[in-house]
Design a protein around this ligand. Structure first.
Ligand SMILES: Cc1cc2nc3c(=O)[nH]c(=O)nc-3n(C[C@H](O)[C@H](O)[C@H](O)COP(=O)(O)OP(=O)(O)OC[C@H]3O[C@@H](n4cnc5c(N)ncnc54)[C@H](O)[C@@H]3O)c2cc1C
Length: 526
């Protein structure tokens, strides 16, 4: 493997040099990064431009499940579940450091439900074929209560245990960026595409973009341009033509994070049908408990969606119907919302549960390719289809997809223990930093295991440019405990300034911006 280093200056120089790229990809979330890995590993010259940080959008705000989707099975979407379970198997194989098997228990309050869920989950196991990761089983009332000590036992009839995957979404995004770079691709954060270049025939022939750090404008030529901007796809389509039907209907999902003691278990909790017919889940994540539900349609999209108060209350109230000692609003450590780029088929009246989670791939008359919808779990398959389409559209020399076997950066077996597991093979690089400079072993906060060397690593090797990049998406602290992330902020900003050659004014500005951002993740402690 080449060096893990993602160097922004070198990447910008390559972007500025006159050349014609095979593919230019707009958007650095799961979809765009997956396409960059696919295209680069096929040997195409590939560049990806992200307007903010990698995974700033939906791709850091998911439920963190690598799954077929039990819910989609209940909706009869067998094809979607089958493909996603296959992709789940590939993620376990190619990124074992980022995804692990998670067992779930569905508590059942009637024998009918127990049989219904067991039969459905047996089908789920069967659909996974050779990538099955466990066997779904009925569990007794006693075992359910023993395994989830926080569960209410009144009227409980037992449960069903099944297995799915759990992962770190933003870290997978960073590792995908590194994988693309290792295979010769160029990936750039803080580069916003503002223009589509066209040739005499009106065909898209490149993009114009702005380096958001300096305000400098660039243009580059590309045989194919791919719009992989999630909930923003319609904005890019608007640059191509004024006449297009909206492809995306944003749908907002909110998560809250609390102390994992509220569940008291390493099992995850899944409630397939809440009072209003939605799903509620409680998932152990980085030693905390993530509680969330299905999404609510909203009218507008933004990079920093505001969690809805009604959703927070719904999660807390629903959790209280199942947990003996439920979390209160004061117990919430972080709240975050994400926008699902649902591909809306027609009309605007469908409930979000019924709109397809499957992706949409389309080519405009100008040759602009747009890919949207889908799931994190299916990013690889979406990328394969997109690059196949790009070969056709751009007249590229046909080359076979390799990503079923390409190892994601950090791939390592056996997986290490604790939060080092998420770095995979990079953990030894961080250890080497500490060995050369023992002061870097200093903890960033008494409440977390993270050390100063991780912040240094994020700047040197993971293209972290701002305090938010480190605290939100490299270390994940903002998503785990917003208040503690604020306490860490001055120390991390100081480390970053030394690495990036910035002054005290930069530190002060970063802390101020971060404080404003973190306010969105803090619960109001009423
Ligand atoms: C609440 C919720 C929970 C979910 N849970 C799961 C789950 O558990 N498992 C699962 O498999 N899937 C899950 N998903 C789905 C999954 O997260 C998304 O399908 C996936 O992250 C979408 O990735 P994306 O790259 O298409 O979009 P995004 O991650 O939003 O990326 C698009 C990027 O494009 C960039 N961009 C926009 N305009 C420009 C421009 N002009 N120039 C440059 N860049 C631009 C944006 O900044 C953004 O970073 C969930 C989704 C939601 C909303």
């Amino acid at each position: 493997m080449n060096s893990p280093r993602l160097d922004r200056n070198t990447a910008l120089q390559r972007a500025a040099a006159p050349s014609q790229w095979d593919l230019a990809i707009i958007g650095g979330g799961a979809t765009g990064l997956g396409i960059a890995v696919d295209a680069a590993t096929r040997g195409y010259s590939t560049i990806l431009l992200e307007q903010h940080d990698f995974a700033k959008g939906t791709s850091s705000r998911s439920t963190k499940l690598v799954h077929g989707g039990v819910r989609y099975l209940a909706m009869g979407d067998i094809k979607l579940v089958y493909h996603a379970l296959y992709e789940r198997g590939l993620i376990f194989k190619n990124a074992p450091h980022l995804a692990h098997i998670q067992s779930f228990i569905i508590p059942c309050y009637s024998f009918f439900d127990k049989w219904k869920y067991l039969i459905g989950l047996k089908v789920y196991d069967w659909l996974a074929g050779r990538y099955r990761i466990g066997i779904s089983k009925s569990v007794s009332k006693r075992e359910t209560a023993d395994q989830i000590p926080g569960i209410k036992t009144n009227r409980l009839k037992g449960g069903v245990r099944y297995f799915d995957g759990q992962f770190d979404d933003a870290r997978l995004a960073i590792n995908l960026a590194q994988t693309a770079a290792q295979h010769g691709g160029v990936v750039l954060n803080y580069c916003k595409v503002t223009e589509l270049l066209k040739d005499d025939r009106g065909k898209v022939a490149g993009v114009g973009f702005t380096d958001e750090e300096t305000g400098r404008r660039f243009t580059l030529n590309a045989k194919v341009v791919v719009n992989a901007t999630g909930v923003f796809v319609d904005d890019i389509l608007q640059l191509d033509t004024d006449e297009h039907r909206s492809l995306v209907r944003p749908s907002q999902g909110t998560h809250i994070v609390v102390d994992r003691a509220f569940l008291g278990s390493s099992e995850a909790l899944m409630i397939p049908k809440t009072s209003d017919g939605r799903v509620l889940f409680g998932i152990p994540w980085h030693d905390h408990l993530l509680l969330g539900t299905t999404d609510t349609p909203i009218a507008t999209h933004s990079l920093e969606p505001r969690p809805l108060d009604t959703e927070i209350n719904f999660i807390l109230e629903t959790a209280a119907t199942y947990l003996a000692n439920p979390p209160q609003r004061k117990d919430v450590l972080s709240i975050f919302a994400g926008l699902r780029p649902l591909a809306a088929p027609t009309g605007t009246n469908e409930s979000t549960k019924e709109i397809s989670r499957d992706h949409k791939l389309m080519v405009n008359p100008s040759g602009l390719i747009t890919i949207t919808g889908g799931k994190w779990t299916t990013y690889r398959k979406m990328a394969e289809e997109t690059v196949d389409k790009a070969m056709e559209t751009g007249g590229l020399t046909p080359r076979a997809c390799r990503t079923k076997t390409v190892k994601i950066h950090g791939h390592q077996t056996p997986v290490q223990k604790g939060h080092w597991a998420y770095y995979g093979s990079d953990a030894s690089g961080i250890q080497a930093l500490v060995d050369s400079e023992p002061a870097l072993a200093e903890k960033l906060h008494a409440g977390f295991d993270h050390i100063a060397a991780q912040a240094v690593w994020a700047v040197r090797h993971e293209m972290a440019r701002t305090l938010e990049d480190v605290l939100a998406r490299r270390l994940r602290i903002l998503f785990l405990d917003a208040a503690k992330s604020l306490e860490m902020a001055p120390k991390v900003a100081g480390i970053m300034a030394a690495e990036l050659g910035k002054d005290t004014a930069w530190i002060a500005a970063q802390i101020e911006q971060y404080t404003m951002l973190a306010a969105n993740y803090l619960p109001e402690r009423k």
